[in-house]
Write a protein that binds this ligand. Sequence first.
Ligand SMILES: NC(=O)c1ccc[n+]([C@@H]2O[C@H](COP(=O)([O-])OP(=O)(O)OC[C@H]3O[C@@H](n4cnc5c(N)ncnc54)[C@H](O)[C@@H]3O)[C@@H](O)[C@H]2O)c1
Length: 394
Amino acid sequence: MGQLRVGMIGYEFMGAAHSQAWRTVNHAFDLPLSARMSVICGRDEAKVSAAAAKLGWAGHSTDWRAVVARDDIDLIDICSPGNTHAEIALAALAAGKHVLCEKPLANTVAEAREMTRAAAQAQTAGVRVMCGFNYRRTPAVALMRQLVAAGRIGELRHVRAVYLQDWIVDPQFPLVWRLRREVAGSGALGDIGAHIVDLTQFVTGQLIGKVSALTETFVKQRPLPTVSAGLAAAGNGGGATGEVTVDDAALFLARLDGGAVATYEATRFATGRKNGMRVELNGSTGSLAFDFERMNELEFYDATLPSAEQGFRRILVTEPEHPYLAAWWPPGHPIGYEHTFTHEVRDLIAALAAGVEPTPSFTDALQVQLVLDAVERSAATGSWTEVEAVLEAV
Ligand SMILES: NC(=O)c1ccc[n+]([C@@H]2O[C@H](COP(=O)([O-])OP(=O)(O)OC[C@H]3O[C@@H](n4cnc5c(N)ncnc54)[C@H](O)[C@@H]3O)[C@@H](O)[C@H]2O)c1
């Protein structure tokens, strides 16, 4: 069997999640290519070497440019913060490597556009890209998309999407990279809002056309961190503070191009909500509802049933007929967060082997970036704002 030799940049949260996926994928799915975990990269020699041993990588490096230049690497997996995505992806594509890039694709539309152009150019030489919107690969979400496409909820009227976390409610939580615009691009908007933008467009098949938004930063100064990696960095205790330069919360109304209306809310200040990503769709003949904290379930209300039998019912999405699940456990034995990443690399490997473009492509991810950009412009002006069409943007 042919190999797919992977070099991964970043070894913390997404680095660990993607490692789990690369480690597992060929043991769960029958694929024409076998993933080889060749090299993991980070800036700290001791930490990246420990990560390589713990996560199962054959080698490690402290220089992503050296990893990109290696001729025994086929794919670069970018698991570092947003300010690094464009530079690493562009170098990798120029070197003829396939690229898997974490979301959001970039920190600005300009960067995302450049990456999309480079991907289109590289595609002519058989080089492929994917952006890591992993929640698409939750079986219940994939089933939701199938039911919408099959017309089971009729004409779509409402989309209601929230992504709620609470990890920075404490004003003493330090100024980690996710709270600095020059590293993260935006706050809750790009970090978690991007997921519900992609997910709702994926399940409905409709794109967001215009938005009316507000953003808020509740805590404007925070202690400087002693360690700036990850979600759980410690404060310095020395009293020095820095400015929070991103949104803590982003809310917007939207019109979708297929006629549905939508509301979105992304916040890190929803006290008590840890990873509450919920999406509800209401159509003319039914509704569907998903909550990531109950990720093996999908709620379905079928308004075509006799009224005496109507009611939301819970589909336990663990049957072998459900997307991805034939590879896992008997019915009723649930899967978890990490499986979304295994499914992501499964689909990526299958597309590479078939010589087709994986999804979401950089073009898809640029379109999400254009929505984020429209939200920020709308919040700044207080008016309804059109989302730039993706083809014009490229
Ligand atoms: N798909 C998801 O659900 C999801 C979840 C969390 C984060 N993300 C995305 O993944 C990316 C990484 O986030 P994270 O939570 O893993 O962050 P993290 O802070 O946990 O890890 C970032 C890693 O990048 C490394 N890094 C930073 N700058 C680097 C450089 N110049 N060269 C080499 N390595 C560098 C750090 O050492 C660290 O290992 C971000 O784009 C984020 O938006 C996606």
